[in-house]
Design a protein around this ligand. Sequence first.
Ligand code: 5GP
Ligand code: MN
Length: 328
Amino acid sequence: MLNFSELKKIIENHSTFLVTTHVNPDADAIGSQMALYNILKKLNKQVYAINHSPTPYYLEFLDENSAIEKYDAGKHNTIIEQCGVIIIADLNYVNRTVRMEKAIRNSSAVKVCIDHHQDPEDFFDYKFSSTEYSATGEIIYDFLKETGITDIDISTAEKIYAAIMTDTGSFRFERTSPKIHRIMAELLEIGVNPTLVYDRIYDRSRFCKIKLLGESLSGIKLNDEKNLSWMVITKEMLSRTCADEADVDGFVNFCLSIENVKIGILFFELKEGIKISFRSKGNIMVNKLAGEFGGGGHINASGARVTNKKLDACIAEVLEKAKKYLPK
Ligand code: 5GP
Ligand code: MN
């Protein structure tokens, strides 16, 4: 059990807050961050929402008043230094705030982690973190219900709904429990429109994203045993289709949708380095595999960024290392 009354006390005892989240934010990241933003605003706190990354276009509806500011050291370092509390949602390692990391580490603010990844780093003063949770949004829901610090209005409900919907893979991943559906029922009663939330996130793709998906799918590969599948997106594919980095979110899941495949990997060539996304079924711990390349994440969904390798060499090395995680 997380000690939510402690979090309530931290909030009550401070007046200025920064809420932030990880690089390349997903719906759980932005949804949780902005649910916290709403809660703090309702309590008449001074709140800043500042992120390393811009908000992907399909998540902008979760920031309906455009409160999120893109980090600018000159503009924001004083805020980061002088605010009372920094709440970091949906991440376990501060380096996942990338350009903001240094300022956060140097700040004298109380640092709070609200997250559901494994082993958050010791740096935080307070950790409200457990891998038992399907999403960071679920932790925020429990915090609200347990402490009654504010009610759940429609805007907050929509953010929590989006967070949980996406991090449970639209209610199909392992942590989709009766409790999750009860939470969803309550959020629908508050007025969340599930068709609309799904539509905003998944059914408003830009044409170029679908073209890139098509190209990525036609290049998908299987190992000889047909239990490992991988996809490659090169810089050239990205620039030719005019898609952007955020468009690639979710592509890796297609690798796992092939029969018998237990591990799916996406290699995504960035301007600098390669982002690798790992997905697995059952008890195959791809977070360990990601860890071999300096990354991490959840048992069945992890990632890493590799900066010192050529794409082909990186693919060969990862596929070789992945072998030992496959069922014998
Ligand atoms: P995705 O493949 O969707 O970008 O990331 C899946 C999960 O892997 C994320 O929720 C996050 O927990 C983790 N992850 C992704 N990239 C990194 C990384 O570079 N480092 C670490 N530690 N975790 C990552
Ligand atoms: Mn999450």
